[in-house]
Design a protein around this ligand. Sequence first.
Ligand code: PEP
Ligand code: MN
Length: 338
Amino acid sequence: MIIVLKKDVTQEQVQHIIGKVESVGLTVHVSQGVERTIIGAIGEEEILRSLPLDALPGVEKVMPILKPYKLVSREFKPDNTVIKFANNTEIGNKKIAIVAGPCAVESRDSLLKIARLVKEAGANFLRGGAFKPRTSPYTFQGLGEEGLKYLAQARQETGMMIVTELMDPRDLDLICAYADIIQIGARNMQNFKLLTEVGKQKKPVLLKRGLSSTIKELLMSAEYIMAQGNYNVILCERGIRTFEDFTRNTLDISAVPVIKSLSHLPIVIDPSHAAGKWALVPALSKAAIAAGADGLLIEVHDNPENALSDGAQSLLPEKFKALLQDLAKIAQAVGREI
Ligand code: PEP
Ligand code: MN
């Protein structure tokens, strides 16, 4: 149920309404918009209907949220969510977030080199996996904490915020000690225990769409995180499995406008895992910005031939730099900036 409050509602009235909802055992989530404050009351709809919420001072209207996802929905929060970071960057605002770096952290020297190059090209977030979800148990699984330390060094040197993947709830504290954004990979999109754990802490979460998941399932997974109180969720479309096998996955570009209409959460595009081929990354990135994406997550490697994972889809730093210059023009045409 959504409780839309009057523009001139007082703090006492807000507290009174929250108290009423909580008194029947329901959970309250408050969305402080530019125009209005909205209270999301989550729980048994039957109990909610029995409360005379319409009659409370400060309440303008009460509406049911018909969709299965509540806190994620635009009804709950009409304004776009903007996530702010320590280095004054944001995700979800006019400036498009550029997250770039190698698939995996491979060594200190290679990470620092790539970090300097992507920063110089215009990236504001550095990505790199320290714990890698590999299809084969016999391939490189990541450097673990050593990799996290190199990421932190790269942040120290470049000022870029760090994005890295969490695969196991037991590593949550470790990842939180180093990362600025916790990535939940496509294969874990419906690992509900993991979603619940990242929901209980405050670091922003970048939630990637599952390989064969619908947009609705992606939004339900985001709801798991938000239901625990962490509203800092960034959605990521990274391609889905279809019958087409020329590309690694099929980029569902329509996910951008669909998610923008259904949700207030930022949506970023990962053209690298969608295409699986570096030569396709520029075209997909341009399409993403034109469609209204809030950011891009691009794999960049200075020596893709010898990369320990995903070399075939990694852009060379100079190609990445040229791409950002092209993207700036598209961004401007759609009222955004790089
Ligand atoms: C990655 O970002 O390196 C990754 C493994 O992505 P995905 O979970 O989308 O496959
Ligand atoms: Mn990868």
